[in-house]
Design a protein around this ligand. Structure first.
Ligand SMILES: [Zn+2]
Length: 160
């Protein structure tokens, strides 16, 4: 599945649910019948199996929001993968990238940011309550990363 499709699914969901600003990712998850629990993982950030999303207790609210959105992405985009684990800083295959891009598009709305006059990654991260690192990696356009598909983005590139 092209990365753009993962983003489109997330944008569509954000619009359909009327989400604005900081998303209550747990509420979105429960809308899909997914239960979020907290777990004392030391290395893992998130593990998903059988309709349960286990989130590491050590995560702060922005990371917690992000990894839950990531898990929702897997649930919607990758049915049939019954056990998935996310480790910090690990993006080892296309499926993981798709879940990350889904999370970025579910949690951050470029139009909303521009409308609110927000342009820098730090302010975008604060406004939407997501990790600044992930705004830089997955929300800001990555040069050449997707073979030019950014040109089709409804959001002007280079603005935030
Ligand atoms: Zn994952």
């Amino acid at each position: 599945m092209p990365i753009r499709q993962a983003r489109d699914r997330a944008r569509e969901l954000r619009r359909k649910l009327g989400l604005q600003g900081r998303v209550d990712a747990e509420a979105v998850a429960s809308g899909f019948g997914l239960v979020v629990v907290t777990w004392p993982f030391r290395v893992l950030q998130e593990m998903q199996a059988g309709g349960v999303i286990a989130v590491a207790r050590r995560l702060d609210p922005p990371w917690r929001r992000w990894v839950i959105a990531h898990a929702i992405g897997h649930h919607l985009l990758h049915p049939g993968n019954h056990l998935r684990m996310r480790r910090q800083g690990l993006l080892d295959d296309a499926v993981e990238r798709e879940a990350e891009e889904f999370a970025g598009a579910l949690l951050v709305d470029g139009r909303e940011a521009i409308g609110a006059g927000i342009t820098g990654p730090r302010d975008v991260a604060r406004h939407f309550g997501v990790p600044e690192e992930m705004v830089r990696l997955h929300v800001l356009p990555a040069p050449c990363a997707s073979g030019g598909t950014e040109a089709q983005s409804p959001v002007p590139t280079g603005r935030f």
